[in-house]
Design a protein around this ligand. Sequence first.
Ligand SMILES: [Zn+2]
Length: 234
Amino acid sequence: MSGRASHRVSLQSPRIANSWLLSDGQGHTFLVDTGHRVERRSLAYSLRRAGIRRGGLTAVLLTHRHSDHAGNAAWLRDELRCPVICHADDAVTLGGREPAPRLARRGANAAYDALCRVEDRFPARSPVDEVYDEGSWRWGFEVIPVAGHTRGSTLLLHEPSGTLFTGDALLSGVPVQRLVSRLSLAIPGFSENVEACHRATRAFLREQRPVQTLCAGHGPRVTRKLPELFAALC
Ligand SMILES: [Zn+2]
């Protein structure tokens, strides 16, 4: 657990990608990203242990539409009766109104390419109840679009607690592992336009906003030396 006194952020149990539960101390509880569908039982167990029952989530907030982040969004929406919220540019793909751009490409890293083929074949689908407004939004969140990992990839800064959720735009570990603590920008092999994502992420980091806790899409929570780590990426 971390954050200022009244806020709590905890990591839920899916292992492929991170799923973060944020309680804001004001009666709101958010799940930022939902893990891959193959880890649904693990997520369900983890949420039950955290005391989350039907009606207990204020919203599911998605950093982007990839299946290891949005894979349980539709299921949670049904099970817990909570809204699913994401960026408009990913909502059209999640909702099935536009096909997902293909990620797999000839000549890419073979392991990553295999994962991309799975993503291309089985993209996440979910109804989306609301889309983000850019900038200061609701419940203390600031929404910072960083298009390029996906078209709708987004940073979410929970200003009251100084918690930054970054999805795959900024990673604190190599996907699947949580142990390596090294910050890196979006990975080219998994991104639609990685240069654009890097540019937008760096522009945000250069603003030197007060971030107390980094909760990335992959890798461990990071709370130490964040200004130095951010500066090294810019
Ligand atoms: Zn991703």
